[in-house]
Design a protein around this ligand. Structure first.
Ligand code: GDP
Length: 438
């Protein structure tokens, strides 16, 4: 059965094969090389806990060629390997610093839309590493994991980071365009199954029951405006609620299970019953894992308009901790509000995938700088530049002269400003401030 593939990509001499050997040897694997046309491609079966994956080194360009032809060849082969992989490791040499080739590779890997982990090698050269670090962050691939493959520093941390990013289980078939997994969560009788059926509508035929060891779930696909969504319902809840476990813990546990597998959490509330702790807990779960949260206020057919207005206001207050989470009144019984719910799902996904290039982002930053809210001097933030690190959720890092932590009010004002200007209204966003001297 095909194993998940981790592909190591990077410019020559950044330490790819050293890293390959570290990971391969450490995990007692069988290494074999596959002679290619212009270079050998190294592969190793590597175990990580109870999981196995295939590690692939794209290095080893044949000697002889040179100049820009060589560069093009490296890029081509690396990108082709990355396209096939499940996770890409882009290795950058922090001692030598970030090069144009690194930047080119980073951009092309980002465009593949694959999970990618930035590996900053040669951190043993501490002074040069710290000078070159900001350049590496500006690649737009996050902070990365810092290692010295040579001196075996940070390798354990790297392995942990790999494990966290590897797809669970076997390789997924890459043929189908990706369906966005949406977890339907909420209390028993909130109307999850009814909503599941409404959303699938005539596409109901695609439903499959997936009995699991820990909890059963029901899955179904629907398509909306050319995008497929995979709904995951916690079908097991009703069956399991006959068992002794406290219902509250069960709701949370099941919700956690499906939320972990989803890209968007759809929380179903029974608007005729109001909101309780469990609902808020599930909302909090989505929030902690930076999942977009969409709240369906269900059973509005049971509510008089005036009561609906009050209920909506109440729900907004209750979910004040997740201000970005939109709330859509629906009736899973009559189908009222279902088109609006689908529209909102699509919008959430679109916002989460937004990319802002560094130029426009920094123009915004300078405009915000001018309107700094008056915060205590010791909390003063002088933003220098910002860059987007990733999507789903949109993540930004702001480099700034910082004395201490940025003031809460400053953070919030900055976040609101970004959300408004970048039209990121309904997606969680990640905002990190990094201290930068000079
Ligand atoms: P689940 O436990 O969350 O999956 O909830 P179900 O989908 O099984 O629904 C629980 C009960 O609420 C059922 O009797 C449904 O018919 C009813 N129900 C679900 N949605 C609505 C709705 O929008 N309006 C009304 N009036 N009843 C609903």
């Amino acid at each position: 059965m095909p194993l998940p593939q981790i592909v190591i990509v990077g410019a020559p001499n950044v330490g790819k094969s050293r890293l390959f050997n570290r990971l391969a040897r450490k995990r007692r694997s069988v290494v074999h090389s596959m002679p290619g046309t212009t270079r050998d491609r190294l592969e190793a079966r590597v175990s990580l806990g109870d999981r196995e994956f295939l590690l692939i080194d794209t290095g080893g360009i044949a000697a002889g060629s040179g100049g820009s032809a060589l560069q093009r060849e490296i890029e081509h082969q690396a990108i082709e390997a990355a396209r096939e992989g499940d996770l890409v490791l882009l290795v950058v040499d922090l001692k030598a610093g970030v090069t144009a080739l690194d930047r080119e590779l980073a951009t092309r890997i980002l465009r593949l839309g694959k999970p990618v982990l930035l590996v900053l090698n040669k951190v043993d050269a501490a002074a040069r590493a710290s000078a070159n670090r900001p350049d590496a962050w500006r690649l737009g691939l996050g902070e990365g994991v810092e290692i010295s493959a040579e001196h075996s520093i940070g390798v354990e941390e790297l392995i942990e980071a790999l494990a966290a990013r590897l797809p669970a289980g076997e390789r997924s078939a890459p043929a189908e365009p990706e369906a966005i997994p949406v977890a339907i969560v909420g209390r028993p009788n909130a109307g999850k199954s009814s909503l599941f059926n409404q959303l699938l509508g005539s596409q109901r035929a695609l439903v499959s029951a997936q009995p699991g060891t820990t909890h059963d779930r029901l899955e179904g696909m629907f398509e909306y405006r050319g995008q497929r969504y995979r709904l995951i319902d916690t079908a097991g809840l009703r069956r399991r609620s006959r068992i002794r476990e406290p219902l509250e813990a069960l709701t949370a546990a099941l919700a956690r299970g499906v939320i972990d597998r989803s890209a968007i959490a759809l929380l179903v509330l029974d608007a005729s019953r109001g909101i309780d702790r469990q609902d808020l807990a599930v909302g909090g779960l989505a929030l902690r894992t930076y999942r977009p949260l969409l709240v369906a206020l269900n059973k509005v057919d049971l509510l008089q308009p005036a009561l609906l207005t009050r209920t909506r206001a109440h729900a907004l207050r209750q979910f004040g901790f997740a201000r970005f989470a939109p709330q859509v009144p629906v009736s899973a019984l009559t189908g009222q509000g279902i088109p609006a719910l689908k529209r909102m799902l699509a919008r959430i996904w679109q916002e989460g995938g937004k990319r802002v290039s560094t130029g426009p982002l920094n123009k915004l930053l300078s405009r915000f700088g001018e309107r700094l809210p008056g915060s205590p001097r010791r909390h003063r933030v002088r933003p220098l530049y910002a860059t987007q690190e990733g999507i789903h959720p949109p993540s930004f890092v702001v480099f700034a002269h910082l004395s201490g932590k940025p003031h809460f009010a400053y953070r919030r004002a900055f976040e609101n400003f970004l959300r408004k200007k970048l039209e990121l209204e309904h997606t969680p966003i990640v905002l990190r401030f990094r201290s930068q001297r000079g």
